[in-house]
Design a protein around this ligand. Structure first.
Ligand code: AMP
Ligand code: GLY
Length: 423
């Protein structure tokens, strides 16, 4: 069948890498894609939110299955757009309905969902500028640090963690009354601070049954020892050592199953990925967020560990055979190290020539922010290339990822040399 992947990051290159190995894949299209995906399929220069153009492409190229990489088109209702169109409704679209995407699109929606279905998470209350005074009083009732979250999508910047009460009050006001994150922060969720190690669990569901994909941990801060500004993610490890079989069984019992059953009880149509961000609080997993897509760079370690034909699994979502499919996972550890542009996550330059990718032989080179400029590969984003390696242990895999990181050059290249330091 012909497959379309929407997106242009390392996550989408990892999907393309895996899908292109499937004997079921006849033609692979990626929109808009990057220099890496163009080596595996055809890049088409269409934006992920341009539903009309996506429709034209899907019909013209006889696409049978669409994988939606980022959250934006999902929150904007691409699933519902396909369902409502006579010509598109039989195409398998991997992603939740617009309502389901609210699990990521609205923090308050997600919190209400978790409380309704008894899914462990931090205590919270939501505020707008109408009840700002109550927001101040709620902050006073909590101990520091204070966690403030813009309700809507804020490009990963909408969460503030503050130690000072007055600062927390000022920020709350800036968010709800002065539109610090635009309309995304007209509602703010304030929640209890959870102290522990984070990990991410990924689930693929057809709405009825589900499969648990490998767990992963990402490293979000720009600086070593988790210091400095938040980024999209600087590296990742899979599996997470403390998330053994018993721990994952607990997560399944207390979080995954209630989530799937909750979606069913609430009549929310959901087929696709659920990315559950957890904090392990003294052995108790608690949800800090849902995402309705795969993580990036987590995908670059999760997908390579899957041995089964992934397209066959996705096809099962469309034809009702998903529950019968096998999901085989390698025991090997996968690590990924992200090379980023100098200055990222603040201002950085694009268009720097990248050399040395062809010399990497012990890692998989996943392109993130790159483009092919008449045969020259150039940087085209803050996160540039993810280097994924396997090993019997995390340490052995990391040696390969770091060696590969030295083989690739571009002006301003930076990467964290301490991925996995806390495990
Ligand atoms: P989110 O966008 O919800 O993933 O939040 C961004 C980051 O803020 C998370 O990855 C956590 O590191 C942190 N965080 C979010 N909620 C909490 C919480 N309740 N307690 C402690 N840390 C949190
Ligand atoms: N790496 C975190 C995310 O994809 O949201």
């Amino acid at each position: 069948m012909n497959v379309l992947i929407l997106g242009s990051g390392g996550r989408e290159h990892a999907f393309a890498w895996k899908i292109s190995k499937s004997s079921l894949c006849k033609k692979l299209l990626v929109a808009p894609g990057n220099a890496g995906t163009s080596e595996l399929g055809t890049n088409v220069n269409i934006g992920v939110n341009d539903f009309e153009k996506i429709k034209e492409l899907v019909l013209e190229e006889e696409v049978m299955l669409v994988i939606v990489g980022p959250e934006d088109p999902l929150v904007n209702g691409i699933f519902d757009f396909f369902q409502a169109d006579e010509a598109l409704k039989d195409i398998i679209l991997i992603g939740p309905s617009k309502e389901g995407a609210q699990l990521e699109g609205s923090k308050e929606f997600a919190k209400q969902f978790m409380f309704r279905h008894n899914i462990p998470t931090a205590k919270y209350q939501a505020f707008t500028k109408e009840n700002l005074a109550e927001g101040y009083a709620f902050l006073e009732s909590l101990d520091a640090p204070y966690v403030l979250k813009a309700d809507g999508l804020a490009a990963g910047k909408g969460v503030l963690i503050l130690n000072d009460l007055q600062k927390a009050k000022d920020e709350l006001k800036a968010m709800v009354a002065d539109a610090k994150f635009g309309t995304a922060s007209s509602t703010v969720v304030i929640e209890e601070f959870l102290d522990g190690i984070e990990l991410s669990v990924f689930v693929l569901t057809d709405g009825e049954s589900y499969k648990i994909l490998p767990s992963a941990k990402d490293y979000k801060r720009i600086g070593e020892r988790d210091m400095g500004l938040n980024t999209g993610g600087m590296g990742a490890i899979s599996p997470v050592p403390f998330a053994d079989r018993f721990y994952i069984e607990k997560v399944e019992r207390e979080i995954i199953r209630p989530t799937i059953e909750g979606l069913q009880k609430d009549n929310i149509t959901y087929q696709g990925f659920i990315f559950i961000g957890l904090i392990n609080v003294k052995g108790e997993p608690k949800v800090i967020e849902y995402n309705v897509r795969m993580g990036d760079p987590e995908t670059e370690v999760v997908i390579p560990r899957i041995k089964s034909d992934f397209l066959n699994l996705l096809q099962g979502i469309g034809d009702g055979t998903f529950s019968e499919k096998d999901l085989e996972i390698t025991d090997e550890v996968a690590t990924t190290v992200m090379l980023v542009a100098g200055g990222y996550p603040e201002a950085y330059e694009k268009g720097k020539e990248i050399t040395g990718t062809e010399t990497v032989d012990k890692s998989i080179v996943f392109h993130a922010g790159t483009k092919n400029d008449n045969g020259t590969i150039k940087t085209n984003g803050g996160r540039v290339i993810a280097l994924t390696s396997f090993g019997e242990t995390m340490e052995k895999a990391l040696v390969k990822s770091f060696d590969s990181a030295e083989k690739i050059s571009f002006e301003g290249k930076y990467y964290r040399k301490d991925i996995g330091f806390d495990l």
